[in-house]
Design a protein around this ligand. Structure first.
Ligand SMILES: [Mg+2]
Length: 178
């Protein structure tokens, strides 16, 4: 595998995670999902999962194996998200390191090709998924509204979307079609 292929997702969605439907799972041959949390299921300045995401998880979880794998060091935050969606989770995953995501995959007992790593970031989520031979899906963050007044949360949001856009720019420069 060439280095730039590690940052090439198998699928790029121009919508948030709820664009992953049973039809899409079927057409990609997927039976399981490993989901990033911050800016994939929930904005990194939000504390509650939105109703859309909650309904999506409720629709998908009876039919598929779904785990959360977050790099966030706050176990409390990730546990709260996981409990609100009734899904198993791992925090402090240190993606793109493989160790924790590999343990999640082992717990799912599915072949890597039938599991998608889903996230908003190329340099953590996409790389770890590709390193483990998973199907990789890049999604849009769930909330992209621009804050009208400068605040700590808008600075965080600007910083994370800056990093995300920078990674996409690097990938494009490397020949990845995004
Ligand atoms: Mg993220």
């Amino acid at each position: 595998m060439k280095p730039w292929q590690l940052i090439a997702p198998d699928l790029v969605l121009s919508e948030p995670i709820y664009a992953i439907t049973p039809e899409l799972m079927e057409s990609c041959g997927l039976r399981g999902l490993i989901l990033d949390v911050d800016n994939t299921l929930i904005g990194d300045d939000e504390s509650e999962v939105s109703e859309e995401i909650r309904l999506w998880a409720k629709m998908m979880s009876p039919n598929y194996s779904i785990w959360l794998a977050s790099n966030n060091f706050s176990d409390r935050r990730i546990q709260k998200v996981a409990e609100s969606l009734n899904l198993p989770y791992r925090s402090r995953a240190a993606k793109p390191s493989r160790r924790v995501v590999r343990q999640v995959l082992e717990a799912m007992q599915l072949p890597p090709t039938q599991v998608a790593m889903v996230g908003d970031r190329l340099f953590t989520d996409t790389i770890v998924g590709n390193r483990l031979g998973l199907f990789t899906i890049l999604v849009q963050p769930p909330c992209e509204e621009v804050a009208l007044k400068p605040s700590i949360s808008s600075i965080f949001k600007a910083r994370s979307s800056f990093l995300r856009n920078w990674e996409i720019w690097i990938a494009r420069k490397s020949g990845v079609k995004i």
